[in-house]
Ligand binder design. Structure first.
Ligand SMILES: NC(=O)c1ccc[n+]([C@@H]2O[C@H](COP(=O)([O-])OP(=O)(O)OC[C@H]3O[C@@H](n4cnc5c(N)ncnc54)[C@H](OP(=O)(O)O)[C@@H]3O)[C@@H](O)[C@H]2O)c1
Length: 375
């Protein structure tokens, strides 16, 4: 199931705190940065905060600029994005500003929490997600039922920590404010726990008055059959590589990337690269690695077209090369059509050997793009 694009947004002190412990909200951003946040809010379909932030800050969470609201309306959107909160307990203040400003509101909660939300007369749609709150179900519901394609998450730390650790954040917009909190009882942006092993990708730094905005993208592939946000990024890279292939009337143009569990790119390849008229993308990428590379068994192969199951140009098809390399996870955009080989089923061959193969059909059109003349 596709999820919305999830953008985490937060401001922190130099010592990594989201707030202090006084009852008033600590203002970390500069004036111009609050305006930038308003602009980001105006660009999304929904904004989510945790119940803890409603209790601590009593925010209204609006698009404040009338011009930005007018642009949304002109584009056929509601003036304000959908406001979303999560609460396991359902123990929310019915008088909080969140419910009485802006447009539509939804509370994702547990079965018990939904009873409490309704009993309290909270002015929002209460959606129970079972006995526990499941983030994947929440994102699916936002996407499929509410039509949310871009979701901005504005904290607090409990929410950001879960989304990042579960591989569900596409982007982190982090503002560093030039002040210290210095109180160990104050809330931190990220709690302890298992984050991705390697480095995130820094995509932008921007000075905004006296604060700095850093934008990062997580890089680590998902685990097993569950897709992570970074899987989408890497599959998009594979689709872009397919466009680099020398054109052919007799073979597909395909791109492939191999990524270690910690998000390090190990190798990439594309069809017919380096003057080899028959080399396949996965084959070209694997050939750049030492077969004994200890990172391969936990790596993910991203390929714009599913790895081939049969081929006449070389003794081993790509599915076999992947199995021999010990790779246990493949993400692809497009199942092989019958154009050159009937009933090719690289996915079946791999899954029969215990490899997790994820097909993300939302990338199929991109994978097909350099192959239109063959279809
Ligand atoms: N500087 C910034 O950019 C920024 C932004 C936002 C917030 N903040 C600060 O962050 C602090 C609040 O952060 P926080 O971590 O305490 O709260 P939070 O992340 O806003 O919300 C936590 C609450 O959300 C619900 N929740 C989260 N995950 C859940 C799950 N898996 N299942 C069920 N319920 C779940 C629970 O609500 P129930 O308790 O109702 O079950 C939980 O207590 C405040 O001090 C605020 O000022 C700062």
């Amino acid at each position: 199931m596709p999820y919305p694009y999830v953008l985490l947004s937060a401001a922190v002190s130099l010592d990594g705190y989201l707030d202090d412990t006084t009852p008033e909200r600590l203002l970390l951003s500069s004036r111009a940065d609050f305006d930038r946040v308003d602009e980001v809010r105006a660009s999304v379909d929904a904004i989510l905060i945790g119940a803890g932030t409603i209790r601590a800050d009593n925010p209204r969470l609006l698009v404040n600029s009338p011009e930005r609201r007018a642009v949304r309306v002109a584009a056929g959107l509601p003036p304000y994005p959908l406001k979303v909160t999560v609460s396991g307990s359902g123990d929310l203040d019915p008088a909080a500003n969140f419910w009485h400003t802006g447009g539509e509101k939804v509370v994702y909660t547990t079965e018990k929490g939904a009873e409490r939300v309704r009993a309290l007369g909270i002015a929002a749609d209460a959606v129970p997600l079972g006995p526990e709150l499941d983030w994947r179900r929440l994102l699916e519901h936002l996407h499929d039922v509410r039509g949310v394609r871009r979701l901005m998450v504005e904290g607090g730390g409990t929410i950001h920590t879960q989304l990042l650790r579960q591989g569900l954040a596409d982007e982190l917009q982090l503002v560093l404010a030039p002040l210290f909190v210095g109180d160990p009882a104050a809330p931190r942006l990220f709690g302890p726990g298992g984050y991705q092993g390697g480095r995130l990708r820094l995509v932008e730094t921007r000075r905004i008055e006296d604060v700095v905005l850093n934008r990062y993208e997580p890089t680590a592939p998902g685990a097993g059959p569950l897709p992570a946000a970074a899987d989408r990024h890497w599959l998009a890279v594979a689709c872009e590589l397919a466009a680099d292939c020398p054109p052919s009337e007799t073979a597909f143009s395909v791109g492939a990337v191999i990524v270690a569990a910690d998000g390090t790119e190990l190798a990439r390849g594309h069809s017919r690269e380096a003057g080899d008229p028959v080399v396949h993308a996965e084959e070209a990428a694997l050939a750049k690695l030492d077969p004994a590379d200890p990172r391969l068994p936990a790596a993910t192969v991203y390929s714009s077209l599913e790895p081939c199951a049969r081929r006449s140009s070389r003794p081993a098809p790509c599915a076999r090369l992947i199995l021999d390399a010990g790779v246990r996870r493949v993400v692809t955009a497009w199942r092989e059509p019958d154009t050159f080989v009937t009933e090719a089923d690289g996915t079946g061959l791999l899954t029969a050997q215990g490899v997790d193969v994820l097909v993300l059909p939302e990338y199929e059109e991109r994978a097909k793009e350099p192959n239109r003349h063959l279809l």
